[in-house]
Design a protein around this ligand. Structure first.
Ligand SMILES: *Cc1c(COP(=O)(O)O)cnc(C)c1O
Length: 385
């Protein structure tokens, strides 16, 4: 058999699984809710036997994501945290996990809680500091989590450099690619062993499914993850996978449009006197601008900014802002504003927030698909207050 070249990623997103229904020729993939499958005969199972271990909708989404990320296989889980836990649960007491100091708050909580139960050892490291990462790796490490751009300060780290350092130390790397999606960044091509997604965000894109995915670069790792998902029952629901694949169809146009609008808004925010700082990798003023330009295919649609006047100014801003909804999460068609210190990063505690540089005046924006003029008008309303 000759190797066929994969279609372009836009084509994979739009068409994976389309018109593959053998029963009725349905163009949109049918939804298989059944928990169990008939055996063809004694000792003759079919492709699927029981829904925890495998489901056609989950597999269809997993195949699409594995192709988009350039991986060998994917496991679809019930949430982004479940995808991370799929890896963490396979570690042993002797293992050492390294996470970035400015990772997603829920990630830090999960790693800390498991480490507190002595399920492995964990270190929190500023990965932009080569020496600090080198020292942590020198203690012997099993798994290193990388997040770029980080949440909420949009710090960019050199993924290829870190994965090479991790590999040389005999450890595995996992990149949380939730903020950019494979449309804008492909960590496996940058040397990662695993890619993690909260599909809740850009991949589904419509703020109506909680889900996750763990993609492995290597086929044996993908099979081990799949077996572990069956063992632990972390697998995602079929309907969630069906919805997420539907959302994935429009990933590229959504993220391209939202990123363009985000660039305009970041540039506008930077000119506002009540805004102390804007964190967006697409701005020339951002310290990670050049690196993001090299390792990403676009700057994305997430940003944060610092208001003059701290928490009280934040309260007045969010009460007056238009067009944006005050809510956690990101990556949906609607624009959201959140206050990391009291929302997404509240569970970190004030000390960890201070170390990560998350002040009380910081606000995070997820730019959606509304017109830029309406979004800017809404922000103006908030800043006037
Ligand atoms: C939301 C998020 C997660 C967690 O995903 P859930 O689907 O909420 O469990 C992990 N990492 C990042 C960067 C996120 O934004």
């Amino acid at each position: 058999m000759s190797e066929t070249k994969l279609p372009a990623p836009e084509t994979i997103a739009a068409s994976h699984g389309i018109a593959t229904d053998g029963a009725y020729g349905a163009v949109a993939p049918p939804l298989y809710l059944s928990t169990t499958y008939t055996f063809e005969g004694f000792e003759q199972p079919r492709t699927y036997d029981y829904g925890r271990g495998g489901n056609p909708n989950r597999d269809m989404l997993g195949e699409a994501l594995a192709k988009l990320e350039g991986g060998a296989g994917a496991v679809i889980t019930s949430s982004g945290m479940a995808a991370l836990d799929l890896l963490l649960g396979q570690l042993t007491r002797e293992d050492h996990v390294i996470v970035p100091h400015d990772c997603y708050g829920g990630t830090l909580r999960l790693v800390n809680e498991r480490a507190a139960r002595r399920q492995f050892r964990a270190s929190i490291v500023d990965q932009s500091d080569d020496a600090a990462l080198g020292a942590a790796l020198a203690q012997g490490a099993a798994l290193v989590l990388i997040e770029s751009p980080s949440n909420p300060l949009m710090r960019v780290v050199d993924i290829a450099k870190i994965t090479a350092q991790v590999r040389a130390a005999g450890a595995r790397s996992v990149v949380d690619n939730t903020f950019l999606s494979p449309a804008l960044q492909q960590p496996i091509a940058l040397g990662a062993d695993y890619v993690l997604h909260s599909t809740t965000k850009y991949l589904n894109g419509h703020s109506d499914v909680i889900g996750g995915a763990l993609i492995a670069a290597d086929a044996a790792d993908a099979a081990a993850n799949r077996a572990w998902a069956n063992t632990t029952g972390l697998s995602g629901a079929p309907f969630d996978s069906w919805l997420t694949l539907r959302g994935l169809r429009t990933l590229f146009p959504r993220i391209e449009r939202a990123s363009r609008t985000a660039g305009l808004i970041a540039a506008w925010l930077e000119t506002q006197p009540d805004v102390r700082a804007v964190y967006y990798p697409g701005l020339a003023s951002h310290p990670g601008h050049a690196l993001a330009g090299r390792q990403q295919r676009g700057f994305g649609a997430m940003m944060s900014f610092e208001l003059e006047g701290g928490r009280e100014a934040v309260r007045r801003f969010v009460e007056a802002v238009g067009a944006f909804t005050l809510a956690e999460s990101l990556g949906g068609v609607e624009s959201l504003v959140s206050h990391p210190a009291t929302m997404t990063h509240a569970s970190m505690g004030p000390e960890a927030r201070a170390i990560a540089g998350i002040s009380d005046g910081l606000l995070r924006l997820s730019i959606g698909l509304e017109h830029q003029d309406d979004l800017i008008a809404g922000l103006e309303q908030g800043l006037k207050a």
